[in-house]
Ligand binder design. Sequence first.
Ligand code: HEC
Length: 191
Amino acid sequence: MRTARSSGLAALTLVAAALGAPAGADRDIAAEDFGCLLEMTPVRGFYVSNLHGDLAATLKVAHSETGGVWPPGSVVQLLPNEAMVKRAEGHNPATRDWEFFELDASAEGTSIRARGFADVNNRFGGNCFACHVQANPGRDLICEQGHGCDPIPLTAEMARALQKTDPRCSNAPELTAEEADALAALQAALD
Ligand code: HEC
């Protein structure tokens, strides 16, 4: 016979499931988890958020001078169309639990072109993990500049221009003249 107590517990379990996984646990990641880059939290030249609501833990590592292990749920993006998301501890030891995403961003939202661990390439054929694994020990696969990764062919100005023209952002700020030039140079190089 079901007691009031056991059906109460069952109801609580349903509520917990509807609200999503508790902080620290893993949950799947969907296109809707990504949005306007400029609404994430800026750290130096890139942006972060935490899908588990633990932004403080993400920012603690992001701002640490010596690096550290990024907490589960951390989202890191330099560009609107690429992301790294930290899955639960042990989810994929080979990539230190980072999942790589190649995204399409448009005014309608985000769609996922490719996702996975050691086998995701950017649209120029570069393997995300192969570059990011070169980051110095202690950096947890975060490259930035000067942490040992092969460089990407983007200046800081080009990256900033791509961030500011993320098509998912409303009220995007104006580009400076330098950023507009950088974007034009990038577009010319890609044509
Ligand atoms: C050629 C090597 C290379 C490839 C391939 C590459 N990256 Fe990176 N990535 C870098 C470097 C270097 C930086 C730092 C750039 C900077 O700060 O100017 C970076 C920056 C980033 C950042 C910001 C955090 C950080 O590590 O500095 C993210 C997130 C990121 N890349 C995700 C990806 C994803 C996802 C892919 C594949 C779809 C990818 N990258 C492919 C080298 C690479």
